[in-house]
Design a protein around this ligand. Structure first.
Ligand code: URP
Ligand code: ZN
Ligand code: ZN
Ligand code: ZN
Length: 484
């Protein structure tokens, strides 16, 4: 066999194990994996380092307006470059519907934006306006293009669907084999807290964390799961930030719910104390759900190690700490008027590697599962997330020994800060490839604008998820096929 590239002398790590071996690449795909491979137009010496599937970032807001109209600082060029430096070979940002907009219109807009990406990309569709035409005409069309995941919100006045709207989406998703992703926070609990805090004049950034109680997440996670169970639809809970929420996910998974979940580095690395920095510094740490306490960090790590979460995702939501982003509504406005979100697409994997693998909380195999393989399975990326013949040559070579301090400069994004500034981390993705092309090598960008390709996705992989029939939908117990 002739190879364009052979990666040799590394330790190949998959979600199931590790072995010394070489990888042959032909026409952008892995064509051979063997103990020793000769040949190759180009030979990449992995020098005993870890050779892993390139990261798949499954939660990022790129060239996306927030619900209140603030545009993210990163577009598909800067966002994908930052992702590549962070060890990612592909990503799946959101294509967000504003109310009144058709899904076809949304996708045309994002196709124009996505064309600048340096890494392969797909979209999760955010649905804020599930009209009849959206549900039964436009969503099926998006699904046919390989957009097989739809995100909905239980919070934010301009985004949340109500339980009935969620059931409608869940049922359409189930019918097509799509997966519904949900931002789970109880909107009325948050609004009630906001009114109380406003009445007392408590408007500094730190009150953002108080305004979105842990109970609001736990209640909404539980409700979302029951809604999904009613229609026996798969559900993905994004950015779980509470121990209670993780416990509910764990219990429901054990009881057979078709359930998937992620958490994010910010909930592991930062706490609500960061919101209480001097002046308006705390605004940089406003995200939803909000940062919690040290006890939550410990609990979430425990759940990562136990397998409660499929993925650790960044929720990269880059709003600069200036008048284009966080302070669009003024320099010292009340917390509800500050854009929600923080950047982290370049730090997700280095942080997870350092605090997870290097500190012994997770194995390298778990790192691969959490960073790439599980996202590929959950979101139907059939040619990504694994090192095996026939797969895309999306590969990251990690040096596990390099220690460094996180700085904003090495994020390579379009932001003006990183919330992870100054953290000491160990392990760096030295070489990152997408479809056999080197996109980052030893801190230098090798990719050019627009070389990433859109990829359509397959239905969610529900192997090992037996499902649930609500008694009221059980034809043996009830009135025949009245309900379905
Ligand atoms: O605070 C965050 N995470 N902002 C991004 C939008 C969202 O809620 O996912
Ligand atoms: Zn969210
Ligand atoms: Zn503290
Ligand atoms: Zn998000």
């Amino acid at each position: 066999m002739s190879f364009d590239t052979v990666i040799h002398g590394g330790t190949i790590v998959t979600a199931d194990g590790q072995f010394r071996g070489d990888i042959g690449i032909t026409d952008g795909r892995i064509s051979a994996v063997a103990e020793v491979l000769d040949g190759g137009v180009e030979r990449v010496d992995a020098g005993g380092r870890l050779v892993m599937p390139g990261g798949i970032e499954a939660h990022a807001h790129i060239a996306q307006e927030s619900s209140s109209g603030v545009m993210t600082a990163d577009d598909y060029l800067s966002g994908s470059v930052s992702a590549a430096f962070g060890g990612n070979s592909s990503f799946i940002p959101f294509a967000a519907q504003q109310r009144g907009q058709s899904v076809d219109d949304v996708l045309a807009t994002y196709d124009a934006r996505g064309a600048r990406s340096v890494i392969d990309y797909s979209y999760h569709l955010i649905i804020s306006d599930p009209t009849e035409a959206v549900l039964h005409d436009q969503l099926p069309r998006a699904f046919a293009r390989g957009i097989t995941s739809f995100k909905v919100f239980m919070t934010y006045d301009l985004m949340n669907l109500g339980d009935g709207g969620m059931l409608d989406i869940l049922e359409v998703a189930r019918h097509h084999g799509a997966i519904t992703m949900v931002h789970a926070e109880n909107n009325d609990m948050v609004k009630w807290m906001n009114r109380r805090l406003a009445d007392k004049g408590l408007t500094a950034p730190k009150y953002h964390a108080i305004s979105r109680p842990q109970l609001a997440e736990e209640e909404a996670i539980n409700r979302a799961i029951q809604l999904a169970k009613l229609v026996d639809a798969p559900l993905f809970i994004v950015h779980v930030s509470t121990a209670g929420g993780a416990e509910i996910v764990r219990r429901e998974k054990f009881n057979g719910a078709k359930l998937f979940a992620e958490t994010c580095p910010q909930y592991l690395a930062l706490t609500r104390d960061d919101l209480d920095r001097p002046g308006m510094e705390g605004a940089k740490y406003i995200c939803s759900p909000p940062l919690r306490g040290h006890d939550t960090q410990e609990a979430l790590w425990h759940h990562i190690a136990m397998g409660t979460f499929e993925s650790v995702s960044s929720d990269h939501a880059p709003y600069r700490a200036d008048a284009t982003g966080k302070f669009l509504n003024g320099p010292d406005v009340a917390y509800p008027k500050i854009a929600n979100g923080m950047p982290g697409i370049a730090t997700r994997l280095p942080y997870l590697f350092s605090e997870g693998v290097v500190k012994g909380r997770i194995t390298p195999e778990q790192f691969v599962a959490l960073s790439s393989t599980n996202a590929a399975k959950t979101f139907g990326c059939t040619t990504k997330g694994r090192i095996a013949p026939g797969m895309d040559a999306d590969i990251a070579i990690w040096n596990p020994d390099v220690a460094r301090t996180v700085t904003h400069a090495d994020q390579h994004d379009n932001m003006d800060y990183t919330p992870f500034d100054g953290m000491e981390i160990t392990g760096v993705p030295e070489v990152v490839m997408n479809r056999g092309r080197t996109i980052v090598a030893h801190g230098v960008l090798k990719a050019s604008e627009g070389q990433g390709r859109f990829f359509g996705r397959a239905p969610v992989d529900l192997r090992g998820k037996p499902g649930f029939t609500a008694p009221e939908f059980d034809t043996a117990q009830n009135f025949g096929s009245v309900l379905r």
